[in-house]
Design a protein around this ligand. Structure first.
Ligand code: NAP
Length: 242
């Protein structure tokens, strides 16, 4: 059975490892090409966009793909919407592998997007740990009064002024996060509501240090059948193959 795995997340990497041990499944991993040096994968990998819904539907037909697993990041809403439309067009089965969202603690606040988060930081200068990904960092140029410690895998093109860049790839431990926050005298953490385990230690550290968190709300889900663990995806795949 030929399968396309839309990746770019630790969940997709985990599923790729499991699929590579299934000789009956011929899986290809697809990455957008956003990170300069993506983590190595045991699956054959294609990199770059498909060219919208039409391009993806064409790819699925030409490669005789039978199933797509959308394991993209919960904030990759465009790719997920394209997968729904292209799979419907090409008659291909689709499921989503994603992380359940994080729950907000007392004193934490949810905002709609990065621009709203920048505004919610307020007028008084603060020391901010920014973990929203390099593509969303530019929104904080609108709040240049703050000192930012910006952690991302690759450097952003347009960071706000007064930014210390910390380049690192998850997973991070609680000890790593505690050390980062205390050494930089962080006063508030800004994060997307990515969910999952690979980056949740920052929230555990914030809770421990009694720091407020601004959490950017997830875009609406694509509506496709959704699973939170790899075993459930494998069971679904066996059903889709039969
Ligand atoms: P997006 O806005 O939903 O997608 C924009 C376009 O990028 C898509 O229309 C598609 O181009 C291409 N694309 C996205 N994911 C792709 C994939 N896995 N394989 C091939 N093409 C892909 O996506 P995004 O938010 O920029 O995220 C891009 C990638 O980074 C995704 O793989 C995602 O899992 C990963 N990521 C995103 C975030 C985040 O916060 N957004 C965080 C961590 C990792 P075409 O229309 O040309 O097909």
């Amino acid at each position: 059975m030929r399968l396309l795995l839309l990746g770019g997340t630790s969940e997709a990497s985990e599923l790729a490892r499991v699929l590579s041990a299934h000789p009956d499944i011929e899986a290809t991993l697809s990455l957008a090409g956003r990170t300069a040096r993506p983590a190595a994968s045991p699956l054959p990998t294609r990199i770059g966009g498909f060219g919208g819904i039409e391009g993806l539907a064409r790819y699925l037909r030409e490669s005789a793909t039978r199933a797509v697993i959308d394991a993209t990041h919960p904030f990759a809403a465009q790719m997920s919407a394209n997968a729904v439309a292209a799979c419907a067009q090409a008659g291909v089965a689709l499921a989503v592998l994603t992380r359940p969202p994080w729950r907000l603690e007392a004193g934490w606040r949810e905002v709609g997007d990065a621009g709203e988060a920048a505004e919610a930081l307020g007028a008084t200068p603060r020391r901010v740990l920014l973990t929203v990904g390099r593509l969303s960092a530019g929104a904080f140029r609108a709040a240049p009064q703050h000192h930012y410690v910006l952690r991302s895998i690759d450097a952003p093109d347009d960071p706000p002024p007064n930014t210390e860049l910390v380049l690192a790839r998850p997973p991070f431990t609680l000890a790593d996060e505690r050390q980062l926050m205390t050494s930089r005298r962080i006063e508030i953490v800004v994060s997307k509501n990515a969910g999952g385990e690979a980056t949740r230690a920052k929230l555990d550290a914030a809770r421990e240090l009694q720091l407020p968190v601004l959490m950017i709300r997830r875009p609406p889900a694509s509506g496709a059948t959704t699973f939170h663990d790899v075993d459930a995806v494998l069971r679904w795949l066996h059903g889709a193959a039969s």
